[in-house]
Design a protein around this ligand. Sequence first.
Ligand code: NAP
Length: 247
Amino acid sequence: MTAGRLNGKIALVTGASRGIGFQLARQLAAEGAHVVAVARTVGGLEELDDLIRKAGGTSTLVPLDLTDMGGIDRLGAAIHQRWGRLDVLVANAGMLGVLSPIGHIEAKLFEKTLAVNVTSTWRLIRSVDPLLRASDAGRAIVVSSGAAHSARAFWGLYSATKAATEAIARSWASETENTALRINVVNPGATRTAMRALAMPGENPDSLPKPAEVAARILPLALADVTETGRLFDVRENRFLSYRAPE
Ligand code: NAP
């Protein structure tokens, strides 16, 4: 493998079985990182592993349902045991839940969407925070959505989970400001994936950027030269946006 910008680094990517996470995992591996790829769908993870190997990279597959909080704890412990540190975290896995009037959402689905989008992200952060601090240039990328900043009809559940996730990521960034760890939130924008097709069934997918294109814009946030922390990176605009200052 030729020299990459992430040679020797360990990168954990959730939601690596398809979509944005799949492509980001590929690209991190192509830059030389050993990718720890998490998702439930073994077929998707194996396809990822094949592509990574063919390109001369390496990965470790972790079939895991992120609602298994004990599993997330064990994953952190396993990374600690094997490498003693983590260099890159990409908290990307997510689900839409349902687009529905607030009063019509089923309690079970509400709880599951919160578990996958919010609780598992917090649990993962809790599990790997010491490992990222042990890296000389720990980088965390938390994948959010424009929905975190809007209050569109029927999007309440998904929006609430993304707003909560951003708040957690930003607080974590404030807590770690004086360390080498850099933590940023990403809004990928509309992307040609299964989740987008579920949200917008009438839309022509060809009108949307491919996940590989979106991943290529996110990847630089994993590099050692990142100085920003606690910022929101907008993929479409390809730049950091400012959060509004508290009043
Ligand atoms: P996607 O193609 O549906 O992929 C979602 C990924 O999350 C899959 O790999 C899925 O793996 C994983 N996942 C879902 N539930 C899981 C669970 N319980 N346990 C483990 N893994 C789970 O979606 P995507 O569009 O690439 O979305 C990636 C991220 O971007 C999400 O956070 C999403 O909210 C955000 N986003 C997407 C768009 C867009 O237009 N696509 C826009 C804004 C934000 P398994 O099913 O194999 O477990």
